[in-house]
Design a binder for this molecule. Sequence first.
Ligand SMILES: *Cc1c(COP(=O)(O)O)cnc(C)c1O
Length: 392
Amino acid sequence: MRVRDRALLNRRLDGLGTTIFAEMSALAVATGAINLGQGFPDTDGPEQVREAAVRALRDGRGNQYPPGPGVPELRRAVSEHQQRFYGMAFDPDTEVLVTAGATEAIAAAMLALLEPGDEVIAFEPFYDSYAACIAMAGAVRVPLTLPAPGFRPDLDALRDAVTPRTRLLLLNSPHNPTGMVLTRDELTAIAELAVEQDLLVVTDEVYEHLTFDGVPHIPPASLPGMRERTVSISSAGKTFSFTGWKVGWVTGSAELVAAVRTAKQFLTYVASGPFQYAVAEALALPDAYYTSVRDDLQDKRDLLASGLTAAGFEVYRPQGTYFITTDIAAFGEKDALAFCRALPERCGVVAVPSSVFYDHPTAGRTQVRFAFCKRHDVLADAAARLRKAFNA
Ligand SMILES: *Cc1c(COP(=O)(O)O)cnc(C)c1O
């Protein structure tokens, strides 16, 4: 059979198509609409961190392949960060791994830890790379729906979902797209189950510093029995507003980190050399930086939430991340994807249909996600446009 007559994409990736973020960002560019779809800030992070990257480039640090596990300065800074914020100790030489963003860390963890046919339990709606990475590893995802309005996990359903084939729990807290942040009680129950069933746990904590109203972020690895079974993942993109730099990291036991490193070295091998030095400096910024990022985002959350409410959306107020999930059923809408495809034409705003983050065919069908990591004036403008279009 000739190449052009064949289905080229393998069966594991069938149906994954183009990521919704690419589609909606392209739509924003094509229509000139305000892009509250993809979650990237419209203002760069701290000047001094940018300057640190420039200095590294000029001084010739990181312009050639950095060490496979990451530059020592960054591994040390990640270790100090875990100690400073969570009181957790990780050896920078054996228990920290630098990756090309959290995205590569997730992929490497799935490819390293899963056998074909293994089951992975994850709460849906989930970040779209999870489904792809689990599929690439030949494993099977087992989704558990987080129900609106609170999006709290159903811990009995979680227990019931474990089978002899379950290998791994994939957790994301603070949770994109719902903004749910797992509580200590929930994490305790999850940890007890993981220990009892001897499960591996992979955690995506890229929004660890973006929580509101005094809600704390608690790393799952800090719970009893969890350190030895947990691969914790985070990244500089969201915390420091440099999503293009793609500097992420993994912390965990030496055995788990070595396993993830084995897969990682054949994905990118290394990435983002000079940026690694800059992120090392960023992680050491004083508490005032971390506090100001969170306070600023909390204001922006409140601004967009009240705008969406005034426009008639049902708003699920997030405890963390920089996303607001809404429901459009009150407008008589039945399909978030169609709604989002039409939204730029209708009012010059782009959002993302949360429905695509669910496996379940009807869950989340009328949920739409808006990003608020944008300038105040941009959010105010978007809110005014939405209000005019929906609540004239
Ligand atoms: C943005 C995001 C990522 C990707 O992080 P990078 O460091 O840019 O690769 C991973 N997980 C979630 C939940 C995200 O929102």
